[in-house]
Design a protein. Structure first.
Length: 91
């Protein structure tokens, strides 16, 4: 499922217009992004949690030349699904 499919899903289940559904999806996604940026975590009960994780600096290798390179420390976003959802997927 991509964003367009999600918009269609919302449109069908809420009986709204596509433009209204797109607005709803955009607001929800923006809220998640703002929550992670502000608090470092967003948790939705029964669904999962997004949080910021730190990646340490490390040594890597350029696959084209084989040259050793230094990769800088960075931040990334991780998602961990809720236990109930994982259990549902595995049953």
């Amino acid at each position: 499922m991509n964003k367009r499919d999600l918009i269609d899903y919302v449109c069908e289940h809420l009986a709204t217009t596509k433009s209204s559904s797109e607005g709803i999806v955009n607001v929800v996604l923006s809220g998640i992004q703002d929550g992670v940026a502000g608090d470092g975590t967003v948790s939705i009960a029964g669904f999962g949690t997004w949080n910021v994780r730190e990646r340490a600096a490390r040594t890597g290798r350029n696959p084209q030349t084989g040259e050793t390179i230094q990769i800088q420390a960075s931040k990334t976003i991780a998602f961990k699904p809720a236990k109930a959802w994982k259990d549902q997927m595995n049953s």
